[in-house]
Design a protein around this ligand. Structure first.
Ligand code: F6P
Length: 355
């Protein structure tokens, strides 16, 4: 199909509620922005639930009589013109799949004004009225500049396992990553206790300790090191010595990837100072894969839907998120400029329970 073609009939703007005799209830969303076609891409590190978000975008838009263009390989693909129309059947059987069917990339060309201009030209060529970016802060930077320089309405959907975006309680993929890491910690505990070893386990989180903190509490760790905290590595030595004195069968120490020196640094310090048998396990990219847990699927479905509505309402340069009051809208630049704190209560809890 040629880029400019539109296909499909708009659905009826009412549908009967209850029995066929009752007055039909309008359930379609207002579209004051007159959106007829949106584009969607996934960008940066993949996260379980991205497919559920793509599916929600495609299905919500279809329901509202709006067409969807899928962009493959994130901003790299947008720059190269890798666009294709997506219908509701194209996203069938994807809600349970990890990764992203649209593929993803970290784009260097997008960092140049020329690269962004090429991408904007492709969107114009395809008559796209707004772009939905599913990703993390790097991806939102890309969307922000596209909007600022070329006036393309952009809405962000938080998709990263790190949960490090200000403006939403959780990001898509976070819940699954925590479950995956926790499963590994439980298994390492079995072998660690059997050998009376110290296990220092590194979880993902380049700049943030959200995964580490959740996993430490849920996995019953003795200690946790996160980038947000200035805690010296020497604290690990005291914790381990204390554990031995209390007669614990081994210890579990969780380290977020972004903590200076990482798990290896912590393990080296323990080994050098105490001579106790210490093992390092870096969980790495395994945390990004797998079928999304229900919380990620539900979050992705709601935010995918909300992103289409946001464009229809004329919102732009915002991220849709979820807080206690429902859907939130946060200017894209605030998602990375403002800091989302880890839960200090959880931090305290982790320490209290390791007594
Ligand atoms: O941003 C998500 C994340 O998984 C980080 O936790 C990690 O540091 C990074 O991506 C790894 O990126 P890459 O896929 O480029 O190795």
């Amino acid at each position: 199909m040629a880029p400019g073609d539109r296909h499909g009939q708009a659905p009826p703007h009412t549908h009967p509620k209850g029995d066929a005799m009752t007055e039909p209830t309008p359930i379609h969303h207002p579209n004051p922005a007159g959106i007829k076609r949106v584009a969607v891409l996934t960008s940066g590190g993949d996260a379980p639930g991205m497919n559920a978000a793509i599916r929600a975008v495609v299905r919500t838009a279809t329901f509202e009589g709006i067409e969807v263009v899928g962009v493959r390989r994130g901003f790299s693909g947008l720059h190269r013109g890798e666009l294709q129309l997506l219908g509701p059947r194209d996203v069938a059987n994807t809600i349970q799949r990890g990764g992203t069917v649209l593929l993803t990339a970290r784009s260097s060309t997008w960092r140049t004004p020329e690269g962004r201009a090429r991408g904007a030209a492709h969107l114009r060529e395809w008559n796209v009225d707004g772009l939905i970016v599913i990703g993390g802060d790097g991806s939102f930077h890309g969307g922000h500049y596209l909007q600022q320089e070329h006036g393309v309405p952009v809405v962000g959907v938080p998709g990263t396992i790190d949960n490090d975006l200000y403006g939403t309680d959780h990001t898509i993929g976070y819940f699954t990553a925590v479950e995956t890491a926790l499963d590994a910690v439980d298994k390492l505990r079995d072998t660690g206790a059997s050998h009376e070893r110290i296990f220092v386990i590194e979880v993902m989180g380049r700049h943030a300790g959200h995964i580490a903190l959740d996993v430490a509490v849920a996995g019953g760790a003795e200690e946790v090191f996160i980038p947000e905290d200035g805690k010296p590595v020497a604290d690990a030595i005291a914790v381990v010595q204390d554990s031995v004195a209390k007669g614990k069968l081994g210890s579990i120490i969780i380290v977020a990837e972004g903590y200076p020196g990482g798990a290896q640094g912590v393990a080296d310090a323990i080994q050098a100072e105490t001579g106790l048998e210490t093992r390092v396990s870096i969980l790495g990219h395994i945390q990004r894969g797998g079928s999304p847990v229900s919380s990620d699927r539900i979050l992705a479905s709601r935010l995918g839907e909300a992103s289409v509505y946001a464009l229809m309402e004329g919102r732009s340069n915002v991220m849709v998120g979820r807080g206690s009051g429902g859907i939130t809208y946060t200017p894209l630049h605030e998602t990375w400029e403002k800091r989302k704190d880890v839960s200090r209560d959880l931090y305290r809890c982790a320490k209290t329970l390791s007594v």
